[in-house]
Design a protein around this ligand. Sequence first.
Ligand SMILES: [Zn+2]
Length: 375
Amino acid sequence: MIEAASEPGFRSLGQPTARRAVRQAAAHGGFGRSLLVQGAPGAGKHAFVDDLLALAFCANPELATRPCNGCRGCRDARARTHADLVIGSPEAWREGRSTGESIVAAARRWLLSAAGAPVVADRRIVLIERADRANEQIQNALLKTLEEPTDRHLFILVADEPSRLLPTIRSRCQALRVGPVPRAELSAYLRDHRRLSPAEADAYARIANGLVGTALAYADHQAFRDWRHRTQTELLSLVDRGRAERFAAVRDLLDETTRLGIAPPPALAGSDADAETARTPASVQRDAALLLVEIWLSLTRDLLVAGVGRVGLAPSAALESELTDVAMRVGTGPLIRMASHLERVHEGLRQNAAPKLALDGAMLIWPMHLTPRDP
Ligand SMILES: [Zn+2]
């Protein structure tokens, strides 16, 4: 990274709307009671929250200069070691249970202690990561806490899937959306921060669909790039195979992706949260399935682009000849149908559909181009 340590301002990329909202709030005497930072895994929520914490804890007398990134408040905020910052998550509550204690009781106990008075700053910040992974009982306890009046606490909830939060929690929070950034902006960022060639930077920006965390994971992890290439090559080859082989292949792909997700690169597979929060096997598999569907969808879109003779525009240009070949054989109609099906599968997985079943279903729609003797 080549940021001057004390250069003021936000360090996360893009997000003009969310930035404007928090700057306005900061300028008008503080934030509301609770904020909800929401966005897809890999969108850069962690970096945005860093900025938000620095802005909130910055002690620079000049409001317009905040976050100054030079004062103690900014530094402690960015290191997440500020005395008035408490950080929790469903995973942390699970880990922090005492013997015989339920996760709900552990979460209640944590919420109670989080409500203590600030020691250095005007208010304490209670940061809850992966809030959407909390069960309903915990969310109800959280809701009670959010309902208690206090001007000495700011709650920041972070969620991949806000729809998994109780509507009553959502309605109490100011939503800050962290989403994809324009490709040119992301590409320039990758060139500056990773010293990539323009062609490489552009390729990662494209395959990441503008998600900064995902783009960095591709830029930083050869294993992740290899996995993507292998997965897409395998999917293309399945066009020539029947059901039984497809179902077996999809199980292998899910297993491999889940293994990759167990020790994920920092920005991959929803690991926007800090590294020490352990994740449950089910959530790792679900994230793996989501990632697979995203890769699959991007492959399908590339095939559509290749089908109209514009393969140079496909982010997976490394597969150029295979893309063109498959696109010509299966035709546009089935690919369009596949793309919309995958979008539905993605949505279903976000709503907790069973991963293997959802992928099997997608395999039934994936175009098949068998030789005549096959069923
Ligand atoms: Zn500062």
